[in-house]
Design a protein around this ligand. Structure first.
Ligand SMILES: Nc1ncnc2c1ncn2[C@@H]1O[C@H](COP(=O)(O)OP(=O)(O)O)[C@@H](O)[C@H]1O
Ligand SMILES: [Mg+2]
Length: 507
């Protein structure tokens, strides 16, 4: 007897439907699994055998061949267990009922219960785009799967429930579609209202977030750099449902999804300074997983104490900082993951941290300072649009009774500036913020008056800027104009944008 049951495999961030064909013949009892399975898929034999027995079914003592098609796609993980078990039940006529057009997903435990699989959201989104709309999945994946609209998704606890559902003995009820409430849970622990003084740094934070620009905070220990950075998510605009789904897909594949089943808050990723290129950019030997820069997609990648990171790891950020995505090449193929994040970095100005301080003396030698700063390459710094000095807060500011502006107030201005950008880029699908602009958008939206051009020319020569730095300054000026509600970039906007580049740590 032959049976065919459909499942779906993850390939990067996309799903590819997989047909589990089961053939059962009289012959010496054996079990053969073909179709490029990895070790975890091969082990399905033991899980399926025990699960069937413990669900009151028979594992046939015959010659069983399971082919996972298409054969050229590498099959990884344990999500095909359920499809294989159902295929064996059908081929041995232990199961009645139609399985055509249904996608089966789930790992089987030895007792027959279904374990959740990673990446259910991207898998089901892809399945829908391939024309499938009926899914049987593990109950543990129900919260995530409920965000798939327009599908009949059944969540089962175990194999017996799946069998009873298919045979009509005890039909399951499809999941109720979950509705998205963006930002509702976004009660931030860190609020700008608690940061005293630091007007320049706060302004830089606002400009950076409004236009999606990268930011470097330089200052002595205790100046509040980490505190400021942690306030960034609280002033970022809420995610739309589409953005939330895109971010959730990545976290679903990486297995970093929380209990809610959907990411509603913008990510704030803080990889440790020992992070390797693979952990930052993605990769892995068994299955290719997105790295920190993709987990930060739509949010912030915070690299605290930037010079402490491995130079090679930092250099690997250059391309994704330019492209908003990363392509990881492995023997099994090339995988592209989104990586459009805002980079926020912090550093001390020198090893002791006091260089440039008006309060404390710096004890570092010139050579030590030079060596410390040389850990950061020019091309990396070039991609950081705003570089600001943060000095330790003045005691008077710290104890002042004056009310500081809340994150909510800043966020409102950011939202307004983002609304301007949304309208501006309505016809450019890959550009969401000023920072994303390419040459085409810049020529359309960043016309400079002769006065602005003059300021830029002087700064370019005096600060020895690169061509890349010039275009980044113009983009930041565009954001400053948007925050001011100006249609045109004015000299004051260029001047402010240049001021964020004048603190050159290589000088
Ligand atoms: N401007 C400020 N207003 C209020 N508290 C501050 C300010 N700056 C620093 N602090 C306090 O100092 C602590 C250390 O700041 P932190 O952000 O860790 O400094 P850094 O990262 O620059 O070394 C903060 O947790 C906060 O309690
Ligand atoms: Mg810190």
């Amino acid at each position: 007897m032959l049976s065919k049951v459909t499942s779906i495999a993850l390939n990067g961030l996309d799903g590819v439907p997989v047909e589990a064909e089961t053939d059962i013949n009289n012959g010496l009892p054996s079990y053969e699994l073909v179709g490029l399975p990895d070790a975890a898929v091969k082990e399905s034999r033991e899980r399926v055998r025990s699960a069937l027995k413990n669900s009151g079914k028979k594992f046939p003592a015959q010659k069983i061949t399971v082919n996972l098609a298409p054969a050229d796609l590498k099959k990884e993980g344990s999500c095909f267990d359920l499809a294989i078990a159902v295929g064996i039940l059908k081929a041995t006529e232990q199961l009645s009922g139609d399985t055509d057009g249904i996608i089966f997903l789930g790992e089987l435990a030895l007792d027959g219960s279904l374990r959740p699989v990673t990446g259910i959201l991207p898998l089901l989104i892809s399945a829908k785009s391939h024309g499938f709309d009926t899914f049987i999945i593990p109950a543990g994946n129900a919260r995530e799967a409920a965000y798939i609209a327009g599908a009949k998704t059944y969540a089962a606890q175990n194999l017996s429930q799946v069998v009873a559902h298919l045979s009509g003995a005890a039909p399951l009820v499809p999941l109720e579609a979950a509705s998205y409430r963006g930002g509702e849970a976004a009660e931030e622990k860190f609020d700008l209202a608690f940061v005293k003084g630091q007007a320049i740094a706060k302004r830089a934070l606002e400009v950076a977030v409004a236009g999606g620009h990268n930011l470097l905070l330089v200052g002595p220990p205790g100046a509040g750099k980490t505190m400021l950075a942690r306030c960034i998510p609280g002033i970022m605009p809420d995610m739309t449902f589409e953005e939330a789904l895109e971010v959730t897909k990545i976290h679903s594949v990486a297995g970093t999804l929380g209990a809610e089943g959907i990411v509603t808050r913008r990510p704030f990723r803080t990889p440790h300074h020992t992070a390797t290129t693979v952990s930052l950019c993605g990769g892995g030997t068994r299955s290719v997983k997105p790295g920190e820069i993709s987990l930060a997609h739509g949010g912030v990648l915070f690299l605290d104490e930037l010079p402490e990171y491995h130079r090679s790891a930092l250099e690997s950020l250059r391309q994704p900082l330019e492209d908003g995505q990363i392509t990881v090449t492995r023997s099994s193929g090339a995988y592209t993951f989104p990586a459009n994040f805002m980079l926020c970095a912090s550093m001390n100005p020198c090893p002791c941290g006091n260089y440039g301080s008006t309060e404390r003396p710096c004890t570092c030698t010139a050579a030590a300072i030079h060596k410390y700063r040389a850990r950061l390459s020019g091309p990396l710094l070039d991609r950081i649009d705003l570089q600001v000095e943060v000095d330790a807060v003045k005691y008077d500011d710290l104890v002042s009774e004056g009310r500081e502006e809340s994150s909510a107030a800043v966020k409102a201005r950011v939202e307004a500036a983002r609304a301007v950008q949304r309208e501006r880029f309505a016809n450019s699908p890959h550009v969401h913020t000023n920072a994303d602009m390419g040459e085409r958008e810049m020529s359309l939206f960043c016309a400079l008056t002769p006065a602005c051009e003059q300021i830029l020319r002087l700064s370019f020569e005096r600060l020895k800027l690169s061509a890349r730095a010039r275009s980044r300054i113009v983009k930041v000026a565009r954001t400053i104009a948007d925050l001011a509600g100006e249609a045109e970039i004015l000299p004051a906007h260029i001047l402010e944008a240049v001021s964020y580049r004048s603190y050159d740590i290589h000088a």
